[in-house]
Ligand binder design. Structure first.
Ligand SMILES: *Cc1c(COP(=O)(O)O)cnc(C)c1O
Length: 421
């Protein structure tokens, strides 16, 4: 079964010819906050969280929202308020989680290259589990725990050599990738360390990639994980959970897409026989559709071949996904003009040829000063913004129950330069 995108909650819709976010005028927000600005729907975030939670109702589970998708404090607090736990990928994300009110035990700490300082802090805090990326990292964790006179709760991230079918830059579960340890090595790694003092091997972890749009790789990864978990228990490893990672995709192009319930229906039968709680680490699937980047047209021109360009005040410094992964984002004018639609190249102002949001996108007429919204930008958008070309980090706004508030104000020039002498 596939979920029709029109059945998925849509927060950004045109009402009386004007783009709104849950009924709040996008243009009205821009009048106060300026452009570029990220606008998020709290309703859409809660809705996406709950749809995953409900889909897994038949199976003991915990959702650890992957902070790296969007770690603006207000968004983490919002998810925390409805019961979400977190997946942190760095020491910085652990501190964000704590400031958003998470308890250390609610934190899963993942990350391909954890520093000694990050590990020491995580062990001292007593985070819920640290997902190790190598045998060496497990040993370093055990040594740190022993030195601190504590136990560390650990899992090993296994790499099942499964093609997630997503963009090469966001596939992580292939042998050629830097993530985790090969599945066939995992059993020996656990066996050798199962009675190491201070090291409690409580879980197994897999995360094969992001923006996964077919069910098969997710099912295969769950099956591989369940197989390993059974072997480890036979070896006397006292597992307390299995962690299937994140990766569930969203319909950027508006095409039908696997939803939370299809995902759950595919992986629960693989995992339920274990009788262990399942940890989920969705990032994109929770916040991706909830956000839009609203930007202004600053120039338009036509090439000798007849290509029409609309140049925006936001580009890869604000939203790098198209430049980094060639990703597709829906783009809509905030107040669509009457007139014939035509192909537009929607480009940013940054001095890079890859700073292009869309080529030959069919849109209504555009003119200088028009506002356009780049949709489905809630995940891997604002978190990846940079000061490249000395752009100021954009503002972020959260719309909740008919009201909106600035959850991160625009950076100022002085703030950007404050670290420099
Ligand atoms: C990035 C990441 C996630 C979240 O991935 P999404 O595709 O955003 O769901 C989850 N777990 C780990 C270990 C990650 O690195």
């Amino acid at each position: 079964m596939i979920t029709c995108p029109s059945l998925v909650y849509q927060s950004f819709t045109h009402i009386d010819g004007e783009l709104t976010c849950d009924g709040v005028s996008v243009a009205a927000i821009v009048t106060r906050v300026g452009t570029p600005v990220y606008i998020y729907s709290a309703h859409a975030i809660r809705d996406a969280y709950r749809s995953i939670d409900e889909a897994f109702a038949a199976c003991p589970h915990a959702i650890h929202y992957a902070l790296k998708a969007n770690s603006t404090l207000a968004i983490v607090r919002l998810l925390r308020a409805i019961g979400s736990r977190v997946d942190a990928n760095s020491g910085g994300e652990i501190e964000v989680a704590l400031r958003a009110g998470c308890e250390p035990r609610d934190i899963v700490f993942t990350g391909v290259g954890k520093t000694r300082e990050e590990l020491e802090r995580a062990v001292a805090l007593g985070v819920g589990v640290i997902n190790a990326e190598s045998a060496g990292e497990l040993d370093r964790m055990a040594a740190i725990a022993a030195a601190q006179g504590r136990d560390v709760r650990a899992a090993l991230r296994v790499n099942p050599d499964i093609d997630a079918g997503s963009h090469p830059n966001i596939s992580t579960g292939l042998r050629i990738n830097k993530f985790g340890v090969p599945l066939q090595d995992a059993r020996a790694i656990y066996r050798e360390r199962r009675s190491r003092p201070g090291l409690r091997l409580v879980g197994v972890h897999v995360h094969i990639g992001s923006q996964i749009t077919t069910i098969d790789p997710l099912r295969k990864a769950a099956r591989a994980l369940a197989g390993l978990a059974s072997e480890l228990r036979a070896d006397g490893v006292a597992l307390e959970h299995v962690d299937v990672g994140g990766g569930l995709g969203i319909p950027y192009e508006g095409r039908p897409m696997i939803g939370a319930s299809e995902y759950a229906d595919a992986v629960i039968p693989e995992l339920r026989p274990l009788g262990l709680p399942v940890l989920l680490e969705p990032g994109r699937a929770i916040v991706g559709r909830a956000g839009a980047l609203v930007t202004r047209v600053v120039d338009r021109k036509r090439s000798p071949e007849g290509r029409q360009f609309a140049v925006l005040d936001a580009g890869m410094a604000e939203l790098i996904r198209p430049a980094l992964y060639g990703s597709y984002h829906r783009i809509v004018p905030v107040r669509p003009r009457q007139g014939p639609e035509g192909p537009w190249d929607i480009v940013g102002p940054i001095c890079e040829s890859s700073d292009v949001f869309a080529r030959e996108r069919v849109l209504p007429p555009l003119d200088v000063d028009d506002l356009v919204a780049v949709l489905d930008a809630g995940a891997y958008g604002a978190v990846m913004a940079s000061n490249y070309n000395r752009h100021l980090l954009p503002a972020e706004v959260l719309v909740d129950a008919g009201h909106w508030s600035v959850i991160r104000r625009r950076q100022t020039l002085d703030e950007m330069l404050a670290l420099e002498s």
